[in-house]
Design a protein around this ligand. Structure first.
Ligand code: API
Length: 291
C-alpha cells in the first residue's frame, strides 16, 4: 500500500484463539508493506489492530515463495505487529486457510500454504476446527535462562521454524505483566530474538501457557508456541514419541482458548484449533496517505 494509493484497499480481520491478524489480499504482490505501515495497521487505536499481518500472495508472485509454487498456490507473507518478518505463525496459518476458503480459493477442506518455514498442509474440518501439519520441532542443545521480577527459570530451546524458549512455572502469574520481554541468557542463543512461553500444569497431558511474542509483546495465543510447549512438556514427562513409539497429545490452554497438539513418533506435529474471519472492509486512502 503505497502512500500515493488513491483507491480504498481491501482488508479482513481474523483470529485464531484470539491471536488476531489483519489480512491483506494481494494475489499479484503489488502492495508494498513497509514495516512502518504494518505497525500502523496493527495499532489498536490509530489503526485496525492486530498481533500481525497476513499478506496473501500467490507463491509464483513472491521471490521467497516461487520455489514452493508447485506445491502451494498461496504464500503467507507473515509480519509481526512491529513490522518484522517471521518464519511461521501457527494461528496465522489456520486463519490464512480460513480466508482462502472464505474467498473461494479452496475447493475441498484441504489446502497447502507456503510459508517461510516451508509448506504447511491444512485441513478445514466441517466442525469448524482447523488442523495444521506443523512439521517437526528442532531442539538445539544448550540451556537458556529466563528472568521475571528477579526470579529465573531454565527454559527449553525449541524451534518450530521460529524460535521459542519454554519455561515451566508453578503459577502463570509468576510471568508477571509481560509488558516487556523477559531477559534471557545467553542472549546469543537467539540472535534474531525469541518467543518466550511460560507453562503451568493443569492435569495429565494438559497445560496452560502465556507468551511474550517476538515482535508483538504478550498475545492471547501463539500456535507455534503451543507446539513448542507440547514438545518441551512431552520431554519433561518422559513421553517423547521418538522414545516411546507412541504419539502423544497435549491440550494447551491459552488466554484466548484451547489448542490441541499431537506429536508422532516420526516427529511430525499436528495442531488443531479454531479460525475465524471477523470482518472485512476497505482502508481509506486518506488514512494510508498519513504515512
Ligand atoms: N511472533 C512470532 C510469529 C507469530 C507466531 C504466533 N502468532 C503463532 O501463532 O505461531 C515470531 O516472531 O516468531
Amino acid at each position: 500500500m503505497t502512500s500515493t494509493q488513491t483507491t480504498p484497499l481491501r482488508y479482513l480481520k481474523g483470529h485464531g484463539t484470539e491471536n488476531d491478524f489483519v489480512i491483506v489480499p494481494d494475489a499479484e504482490n503489488e502492495i508494498d508493506l513497509p514495516p512502518a505501515l504494518v505497525a500502523r495497521l496493527c495499532d489498536r487505536r490509530a489503526g485496525l489492530g492486530g498481533d500481525g499481518v497476513l499478506h496473501v500472495v500467490r507463491s509464483a508472485a513472491h521471490p521467497e515463495a516461487r520455489a514452493m509454487a508447485g506445491e502451494a498456490e498461496w504464500f503467507m507473507d507473515y509480519r509481526n505487529a512491529d513490522g518484522t518478518v517471521a518464519e511461521m505463525c501457527g494461528n496465522g496459518v489456520r486463519v490464512f486457510a480460513r480466508y482462502l476458503e472464505h474467498a473461494g480459493h479452496v475447493a475441498a477442506g484441504e489446502v497447502a500454504v507456503a510459508t517461510r518455514g516451508g509448506v504447511k498442509h491444512v485441513h478445514l474440518d466441517k466442525d469448524g476446527s482447523v488442523t495444521v501439519s506443523m512439521g517437526r520441532a528442532v531442539l538445539p542443545e544448550g540451556s537458556v535462562t529466563v528472568t521475571v521480577d528477579g526470579r529465573s527459570w531454565p527454559a527449553r530451546n525449541v524451534n518450530m521454524g521460529n524460535p521459542h524458549a519454554v519455561a515451566f512455572v508453578e503459577d502463570l502469574a509468576h510471568a508477571g505483566t509481560l509488558y516487556d520481554e523477559p531477559p534471557y541468557e545467553p542472549a546469543a542463543v537467539y540472535p534474531d530474538g525469541v518467543n518466550i512461553e511460560f507453562v503451568a500444569d493443569r492435569g495429565p497431558r494438559h497445560v496452560a501457557m502465556r507468551v511474550h511474542e517476538r515482535g508483538a509483546a504478550e498475545t492471547r495465543s501463539c500456535g507455534t508456541g503451543a507446539c513448542a510447549v507440547a514438545v518441551a512438556t512431552a520431554r519433561r514427562d518422559g513421553a517423547d514419541p521418538a522414545e516411546t513409539g507412541a504419539p502423544v497429545t497435549y491440550t494447551v490452554d491459552v488466554l484466548g482458548g484451547t489448542l490441541v497438539i499431537t506429536e508422532h513418533p516420526d516427529g511430525a506435529i499436528e495442531m488443531t484449533g479454531p479460525a475465524v474471519i471477523v470482518a472485512e472492509g476497505t482502508l481509506e486512502p486518506s488514512w494510508l496517505a498519513q504515512g
